[in-house]
Design a protein around this ligand. Structure first.
Ligand SMILES: Nc1nc2c(ncn2[C@@H]2O[C@H](COP(=O)(O)OP(=O)(O)O)[C@@H](O)[C@H]2O)c(=O)[nH]1
Ligand SMILES: [Mg+2]
Length: 322
């Protein structure tokens, strides 16, 4: 193994991750999460090994049962022999412990399973925020040959909608007694669902939640167009693994539908486009920061003041020189 002073041997890490080495996977995610100087090497080494995983996002209010459902889904997918990644993402927390600690405890039953990779991420430290770090972490899990990657986001808000939009299939969970439908509708979270899960179906009011949901969906939105995917409503009791196989079936069905209608490629391409754009704009912004107070800018300013050129021409020249 050739590990130079700059750090680790990226190619070796990627090759070990592909073989399912959990420590290599963890190390790679740390590299992308901490915006390491080797981020580019890692991204380049991962690129040829991606495109296999189906990314499934789970979102919904705190307490609705996302973690319990995630754990139950892991069990179901493992029974089917799938390799599974789990990313628990907390956009509002500066710590990757805290709110997610409970989830880790819940995930304990999968801790010794070498076909499951579990990781939590919080917003601490990332230069471009979680929306920049999560796609990279997803690529690591993809390269580690996960068939499915479950992304659980904590809370309901704009940040969660953003993270959820990184998924191929987005599951929105609701539960009775949480005043949840309205909150989710306000946050725009209902619009992003490919599958609805009414969890805690063992409790009173689950039928009402499903009815309210069906009513809200009947009012229109992107799903009402001809030929559009109709998001199913699945009832579950996640604590008893009830209905979980129906969720798995709904995920499979959505994937098949996306492939049949060429939607999967288009969704992934539009996500990649947004990512490239964000990276490019970030890069340009950084270069502009270097321009501020520079000799070139000073010279251009002098020429504008002297009437030798106009500010538009000067700005154009500056952009060209970047
Ligand atoms: N009665 C009932 N309780 C559930 C069900 N699913 C989860 N819970 C409980 O609801 C609480 C919150 O669950 P959790 O998975 O942590 O929710 P999260 O915040 O969305 O991740 C926990 O006490 C779970 O045991 C369910 O189907 N029925
Ligand atoms: Mg949770």
């Amino acid at each position: 193994m050739v590990a130079d002073r700059r750090g680790v041997d990226v190619a070796d890490l990627v090759s070990r991750a592909r073989d399912g080495d959990a420590r290599a996977v963890a190390r790679l995610i740390s590299l992308v999460e901490n915006d390491s100087p080797q981020l580019r090497d890692v991204a380049a080494a991962l690129a040829p090994h991606t495109g296999h995983s189906q990314v499934v996002g789970l979102t919904g209010s705190p307490g609705v049962g996302k973690s319990t459902s995630t754990s139950a889904l892991v069990t179901a997918l493992r029974t089917d022999g799938k390799r599974v990644g789990v990313l628990a993402v907390d956009p509002s927390s500066p710590f990757s412990g805290g709110a997610l600690l409970g989830d880790r405890v819940r995930m304990q039953e999968h801790a010794t399973d070498d076909g499951v990779f579990i990781r939590s991420m919080a917003s601490r430290g990332q230069l471009g925020g979680l929306s920049a770090a999560v796609p990279q972490a997803l690529r690591v899990l993809d390269a580690a040959q996960c068939d499915v990657v479950l992304v659980e986001t904590v809370g309901v808000g704009q940040a969660e909608v953003e993270i959820a939009s990184l998924a191929d299939t987005t599951i929105v969970l609701l539960a009775p007694g949480m005043g949840d439908g309205i909150q989710a509708a306000k946050a725009g979270i209902l619009e992003i669902a490919d599958v609805y899960v009414v969890n805690k179906a063992d409790r009173d009011g689950a039928d009402q939640v499903a009815r309210d949901l069906r009513y809200m969906l009947s009012l229109g939105g992107r799903h009402s167009a001809a030929g559009a995917w109709r998001p199913p409503i699945v009832r579950t009791v996640a604590t008893r693994n009830e209905g979980i196989e129906d969720v798995v079936a709904a995920i499979d069905k959505h994937r098949e539908w996306m492939q049949r209608h060429d939607v999967l490629e288009r969704r992934r391409e539009s996500r990649a486009a947004a990512e490239i754009e964000a990276i490019a704009v970030g890069e340009v912004r950084q270069r502009f920061a270097a321009v501020h107070g520079s000799a070139a800018l000073g010279e251009a300013a002098r020429r504008v003041v002297a009437g030798e050129t106009d500010p538009y021409t000067a700005a154009e020249k500056l952009i060209e020189s970047l």
